[in-house]
Design a protein around this ligand. Structure first.
Ligand SMILES: Nc1ncnc2c1ncn2[C@@H]1O[C@H](COP(=O)(O)OP(=O)(O)OP(=O)(O)O)[C@@H](O)[C@H]1O
Length: 295
C-alpha cells in the first residue's frame, strides 16, 4: 500500500497524542525528511522502518524538539510544539530512548530512574514569565535547604520517588540491578534501563529508537512481549524504530516506511512487507524468499 493511498486522516485529531503534519527538515542541501505525517493515539503500537539514512532518527529528533522542522507542524497532546525544546515536550507526555544508549553511566540503575521521576515534577522554565521564574528560583532555593536539612517532607518525597523507581525497575525486570552502576549492566539491560528511565517521566507516548539493537534472540523475544505489556499497563501510544523485521512485523499494528526522507509506504505489516517499493528500497528479494513470497 503506498503512502498516497493511505493519507493521514484529519479525523480524530483531538484524541491524537502525537501528530506530525507535513513535516520537512533540510540540512543544507539535504532533505532529510519530506512531508512526514504521523498520528499516535493511546493504545497504538506503530513502527517506523527504512534503510540506513532514510530519516528515521531525524523524524524522532523533530518530534521530540531536538531539531526544528523547516516546514510543517508537530502537536503533542493537541499543543503545537514547534520551537519548543525537548524537556518542554517531555512535560507534555512524550518520552524517548536513543539509538546510542544515553544513561548516567556512573549512577546506579535506581538513581537513573529516580532522576527521571524527579524531573517530571519540575516546570518549563523557558515558557515561564518573570514572576514564575522568580517563583521557580525560590522553590529551588527552598528545595536545596530541605535536601540539606533532610526535612521530613523531603524524606517522604524521596521515599515516594524511590518507590516509583523501584516499581519501574521491577516492570523492566531490573530489580536485581537496583544498586549497580548503569555502565556495569549488560547491553540488553542498559537498553531496558533506558526504557525504565523514559517511563519515569510518565509519558503518554513512548518513542523507542532501535530498542532491540545488540540484543540476542531471546532478549528480543522478551522485549516484544514487554513492549506490548508497557503499552497496555501504562496506557501508552508507542512508536518504534527497529531494523529487526521479526520484531517490527511481530508487534506493530501499523508501519510507516521511509526512504531518502520520503514516506514510501504505510499500512499493516502484511501490506508493507508485500509492497514492491518497500521490497526494492529496504527488505530485498532475499527477505521475500525467506518469508514465502509477496503479493
Ligand atoms: N544534524 C545533521 N546534520 C546533517 N545531516 C544530518 C543530520 N542528522 C541527520 N542527517 C542526515 O539525514 C539523513 C537521515 O539520517 P537519519 O540518522 O535520520 O537516518 P536513519 O534512518 O535514522 O538511519 P539509521 O538506520 O542508519 O540510523 C542522513 O543522510 C544523515 O546523514
Amino acid at each position: 500500500m503506498s503512502a498516497a493511498v493511505t493519507p493521514v486522516s484529519a479525523a480524530g485529531t483531538q484524541d491524537a497524542l502525537l501528530q506530525a503534519s507535513g513535516v520537512s527538515i533540510r540540512f543544507g542541501g539535504l532533505k532529510a525528511l519530506t512531508d512526514f505525517n504521523l498520528t499516535v493515539r493511546q493504545g497504538d503500537l506503530l513502527g517506523l522502518i527504512g534503510p540506513n539514512g532514510a530519516g528515521k532518527s531525524t523524524a524522532f529528533n523533530v518530534l521530540t524538539g531536538v531539531y526544528q522542522p523547516t516546514e510543517g507542524e508537530v502537536r503533542v497532546a493537541g499543543q503545537r510544539v514547534n520551537g519548543w525544546v525537548p524537556h518542554q515536550i517531555n512535560h507534555l507526555g512524550l518520552a524517548r530512548t536513543f539509538q546510542n544508549i544515553r544513561l548516567f553511566r556512573a549512577l546506579t540503575a535506581l538513581d537513573n530512574v529516580k532522576v527521571a521521576c524527579r524531573a517530571q515534577g519540575g516546570l518549563h522554565p523557558v515558557r515561564l514569565g518573570p514572576m514564575a521564574k522568580a517563583g521557580t528560583a525560590l522553590r529551588n532555593y527552598r528545595d536545596w535547604w530541605r535536601a540539606l536539612l533532610l526535612t521530613p517532607g523531603f524524606q517522604a518525597e524521596e521515599r515516594e520517588l524511590t518507590r516509583q523507581a523501584e516499581h519501574l525497575l521491577e516492570v523492566m525486570g531490573l530489580s536485581h540491578r537496583r544498586d549497580e552502576e548503569a555502565k556495569n549492566l549488560p547491553y540488553g539491560e542498559q537498553r531496558r534501563l533506558e526504557i525504565a528511565r523514559a517511563l519515569g517521566t510518565r509519558p503518554k507516548v513512548l518513542l523507542l529508537d532501535e530498542p532491540a539493537a545488540g540484543m540476542n534472540t531471546r532478549e528480543k523475544a522478551d522485549l516484544m512481549v514487554l513492549i506490548r505489556r508497557l503499552r497496555d499497563e501504562f496506557s501508552l501510544g508507542v512508536l518504534v524504530i527497529e531494523h529487526d523485521m521479526k520484531l517490527v512485523m511481530g508487534i506493530c499494528e501499523r508501519i510507516t516506511v521511509l526512504d531518502h526522507g520520503e514516506t514510501i509506504a504505510r499500512g499493516a505489516p502484511a501490506e508493507v512487507r508485500s509492497d514492491r517499493k518497500v521490497i526494492e528500497a529496504y527488505l530485498g528479494d532475499s527477505y521475500l524468499e525467506s518469508h514465502g513470497g509477496a503479493a
